[in-house]
Structures are given as structure tokens and as C-alpha cells.
Write a protein that binds this ligand. Structure first.
Ligand code: AMP
Length: 460
């Protein structure tokens, strides 16, 4: 089926074509006609399904008719995190490029003044996180009596983050009955209660089970006693064909500890967690998205919904406490039909947790060594597609015995302590990293045997 049959305008169709989409995704096929008809929608869908365009495209067409007044936005999209809000704004700009709609972003961590200036102009689409929106409302900067369309996105994430009372307050501040589009990956009872209160005879769409992981992702674990995790992580990054990796830790303080260690090893890494300034979070995210940063060590703030293309590996430094977090974390790899790799650093004490994840996510997490095949390594580099990103450069032809000086990739130099210089990984132009010494300094008996061997690209 093509987009032409969904009832969208020519202007939107041309923006969709410019985005390179040829066919609507299942959720788009089901929700776009209903939204255009003015119906409420309940979408049970996880990120990666195309749900953003599913609500953005018809909203632009609906809002194209009519005009906004200063401080009285015509539509409101609530997002749980600042990063997601920024992504939604980007989507509106992309799909609305043939329209003259004005979009404003109200998120914490950025200037109130700039946001007030934006509100003082007419706003067709307001994208906000609940706290900052209520802050502006309390100061009289924005009125919510003109909202024609309300979108509540990632509702279960709002629940996890304790935002539901704010969302209920906001809904009460919106006078009348806006068309309401409600999206959530899961439907725990408090969310179900919310949908009953907010939605009127909605078109319900469930596109894929949130308790299932993408089939394009291979799941592995590496035995890693807690005290050795950093060293083992380093070995994995050095030996495997890891072109880019998101490394998740359960705790913020571990994010920083791992990040500092990676820096010390001379790896091109950055950290991302909720305690960082918003501007810095966005900067780091953009550096990772563009391929200028190879490894991003993150807390779960980065796990949900972020559309980061071509992440070859997601590494779980810890076993996530809940199944949904595992699913969302590894959802950053293996996107859009590409192959992805999820590697879990497993402390023996975390085995029960891992088995719970396997049952809940309906996937088998295999020991990595069992997956070292003769023909194809699990870490095998992704074929490059988008030439914009440095991480997707085609592999060079040179063998991995080249001099280190000629092998330096083009990334910003990380601070490196002199004592560690010798140990810094040598990266080959094709992204394969050569072992400095096969003994793995300081790893002792805890390192799985396969990590002591040269990378699989060199094996017979
Ligand atoms: P989302 O689930 O909204 O986060 O979307 C995930 C990714 O799918 C984004 O990178 C979109 O650009 C992409 N996308 C959305 N709709 C389509 C489509 N019809 N065809 C191909 N890619 C799409």
C-alpha cells in the first residue's frame, strides 16, 4: 500500500517522499485515516514502529486549516523526556517543511526566556515535557484553552517517571474535548485507567508486542564478575567489530565511572545521563548520532525512543532490573531491518535476572563464545549505508597489521594518561581493533577465553 491512499495532502506526500519513505508502516496505515477523520486514537506501539510520523503527518494536515493566536497553542504533544521532545520537534520540521506551521518546544534545562518569546508568537504545535509546561502555565506564559489536538506519547514511560499526576493536571487545564492521540508501549493498569478517562471511542491499534525484541538482534552474554566489568568491556570494544556502541548502566554513578575509564583507555567515548545540562545532553547525542563519537555510555534516559541510526552494538553493563528496559535498550540496535548485537556483561549473581529477561522478552541470550562461528563472527561489521556518518565509512582494504600511526580513525582525541598510552586500543581503518597483547593486562582468569584471542576477522 502506498501513502497516497491514506488521505494525506499533496504537500505532506511530497515531504514524505523527500524523507525517503515509500510505504506506510503498519501503525501509520491504521492510524492516519482515523486521525484525519477526527477520531481519538489509542496506539499500543513501541518506538521504531513509525508511530511519530503516524500522528505527525495527519496533524500537520489538520492544523494547516486555521490559525493560532499568541500564547494559545492549537495542539500539544507531551513527551516524557527532553530528548524525545526534541525529536518530535525535528519530525514536525521535517514533515511540515511545505507548511507554515509554527512549532515550539518547552523543555527543562533550556532558557525560559527563549521559550516565552516563542510562545508570544502564534504556536500551532507545542511539544513539551509536563513539568516545564506546568511551570510556564503557572507563570501565565501559556494558555491551554485553544488545544484542538492533544498527543500523549510514551505514556508508560511517563508513569515510570512519576509524571502521571502532571499529565492529569494538564488534561484538566485543557478546556473542552480535544481530539486525543494516546501512545504507549505497554498498558499497565494506571495507563489503562488514563485511557478510559481521556479517550472517547478511540480507534485502537496494537502493532507489535512490547514484550518481544526485534528479530534482527542477536543476544549474547559474557561472564563478567562485577569487579572486572570495565576491563572486560574494554576487551570487547577492542576486539570485536564494534563500529558504534551504546553502553547502558543501571546507575548514573556507574555511567560516569565507565566513561572515565573509557576515556583513560583512549576510546572515543562520551557519557549521557539525566544529571547533565540539557544543552550538553543534546550535544553529546548529536555527536553520537553523527558518528563523531563511537561509544556512548548512558543511563536509561537514552534508552527510550531515541532514533539513533546504525548502532552496531548495545552493551548492557548491568542486567536491567525490568524486562521493558532491556527491550528498550536493545531497541537502539538492529533498527530498520539491519542486524544488531546486544551483549550483556553478566555477573554470576545476575543470572536469575537474566533468565527473567529471557522469559519476559522471549529471547535466548547465548554465551558469546558459543557464537564464534567459522564463517561469520557475531560482531561482524554492519555494511555501510549512509555515507554521512564516519562510523559507516566503507572498510579499508589494508590488513590489520598496519602501523598504528596510519590506523588512526578521524575522531576527536580523548585525553589520555601517559601511563595508559601503550594500552590504548589500536583501531584499524575498517573498524577492527587489534589486540595489543593477548594476555589482556590485569584480566587474569576472569576474562572469557575467547576475549584473549585475536579478533574474529583474523581467525580461520
Ligand atoms: P518512530 O517509531 O516514530 O521512532 O520511527 C522510527 C524510524 O522509522 C524513524 O527513523 C523514522 O524516520 C522511520 N520511519 C517512519 N516512517 C517510515 C516509513 N513509512 N518508512 C520508512 N521509515 C520510516
Amino acid at each position: 500500500m502506498s501513502f497516497e491512499f491514506l488521505g494525506l495532502s499533496d504537500k505532506i506526500l511530497s515531504a514524505v517522499a523527500a524523507a525517503g519513505y515509500t510505504e506506510p508502516t503498519p501503525i501509520q496505515m491504521q492510524v492516519i485515516p482515523s486521525i484525519l477523520m477526527g477520531r481519538d486514537v489509542l496506539g499500543i506501539a513501541q518506538t521504531g514502529t513509525g508511530k511519530t510520523a503516524g500522528f505527525t503527518l495527519p496533524m500537520i494536515d489538520i492544523l494547516a486549516e486555521g490559525r493560532a493566536k499568541a500564547r494559545i497553542p492549537r495542539s500539544l504533544i507531551l513527551e516524557p523526556t527532553r530528548e524525545l521532545a526534541v525529536q518530535i520537534e525535528e519530525s514536525f520540521n521535517k514533515y511540515g517543511k511545505n507548511h507554515k506551521l509554527r512549532c515550539a518546544l518547552l523543555i527543562g534545562g533550556t532558557s525560559m526566556e527563549d521559550q516565552i518569546k516563542a510562545l508570544n508568537k502564534s504556536v500551532d504545535v507545542l511539544v513539551a515535557t509536563p513539568g516545564r509546561l506546568l511551570d510556564h502555565f503557572g507563570r501565565g506564559n501559556v494558555m491551554l484553552n485553544g488545544i484542538e489536538i492533544l498527543v500523549i506519547d510514551e505514556a508508560d514511560r511517563m508513569l515510570d517517571m512519576g509524571f502521571i499526576p502532571d499529565v492529569e493536571r494538564i488534561r484538566k487545564l485543557i478546556l473542552g474535548k480535544p481530539q486525543t492521540l494516546f501512545f504507549s508501549a505497554t498498558m499497565p493498569p494506571p495507563i489503562k485507567k488514563l485511557t478510559d478517562a481521556f479517550l472517547d471511542d478511540p480507534k485502537s491499534v496494537e502493532v507489535s508486542s512490547p514484550t518481544r525484541t526485534a528479530v534482527t538482534v542477536e543476544h549474547h552474554y559474557v561472564p563478567a564478575p562485577r569487579r572486572d566489568k570495565i576491563k572486560i568491556l574494554r576487551k570487547i570494544l577492542e576486539q570485536a567489530h564494534v563500529t558504534s556502541a551504546l553502553i547502558f548502566c543501571n546507575r548514573k554513578r556507574d555511567v560516569t565511572t565507565v566513561y572515565k575509564a573509557m576515556q583513560k583507555f583512549g576510546l572515543n567515548a562520551r557519557e549521557l545521563h539525566g544529571d547533565m545540562e540539557q544543552s550538553l545532553r543534546l550535544e553529546v547525542l548529536n555527536l553520537f548520532k553523527s558518528g563523531e563519537v563511537d561509544y556512548l555510555i548512558a543511563s536509561d534516559v537514552a534508552a527510550r525512543g531515541l532514533d539513533i541510526k546504525d548502532v552496531s552494538h548495545v552493551i548492557n553493563y548491568d542486567v536491567p532490573m525490568v524486562v521493558e528496559d532491556y527491550i528498550h535498550r536493545i531497541g537502539r540496535t538492529g533498527r530498520a531491518g539491519k542486524k544488531g548485537h546486544a551483549i550483556l556483561l553478566l555477573d554470576p549473581r545476575e543470572r536469575d535476572l537474566m533468565e527473567r529477561i529471557e522469559r519476559g522478552a522471549r529471547c535466548k541470550i547465548l554465551p558469546l563464545r558459543d557464537q564464534r562461528p567459522e564463517k561469520k563472527a557475531p560482531f561482524e561489521k554492519q555494511p555501510p549505508e549512509d555515507k554521512k556518518s564516519s562510523r559507516e565509512k566503507p572498510p579499508a582494504q589494508k590488513p590489520p597489521t598496519q602501523k598504528p600511526a596510519a590506523q588512526k580513525p578521524e575522531f576527536k582525541k580523548q585525553p589520555e594518561r601517559t601511563a595508559d598510552k601503550k594500552k590504548a586500543p589500536r583501531r584499524h581503518p575498517n573498524g577492527v581493533q587489534e589486540m595489543e597483547d593477548h594476555q589482556g593486562p590485569g584480566l587474569g582468569g576472569h576474562v572469557p577465553a575467547f576475549l584473549m584471542q585475536p579478533s574474529s576477522g583474523k581467525k580461520t
